[in-house]
Ligand binder design. Structure first.
Ligand SMILES: [Zn+2]
Length: 88
């Protein structure tokens, strides 16, 4: 999936017995599992990873959101430069 290649997988973690499982929330089919000594551990780590991944997503989102603004500014600067050359 192109979005996963560009933005990285959007993993969701969850505990299933003594196993922590994760799967890409965009449905690209990437998944995995890791066993822990107890169901409590698996659940604990699943929650911790899930939270971390969402915070990471929040850090990346502003960069993506700023992109159109940067393009707009670049276009405007180019136009100003052209006008300045015409006046000179
Ligand atoms: Zn994915």
């Amino acid at each position: 999936m192109l979005r996963c290649r560009l933005l990285g997988h959007r993993f969701r973690f969850y505990g299933a017995g003594d196993t922590m499982r994760w799967r890409c929330g965009r449905g690209c089919g990437v998944e995995g599992a890791k066993r822990y000594p107890s169901a409590e551990d698996a659940c604990h780590y699943a929650q911790a990873f899930d939270r971390e991944d969402r915070e990471d997503l929040g850090r990346r989102a502003p960069l993506v959101g700023l992109f159109p603004l940067r393009v707009l500014r670049a276009l405007r600067m180019r136009r100003q430069k052209r006008e300045a050359e015409r006046v000179a």
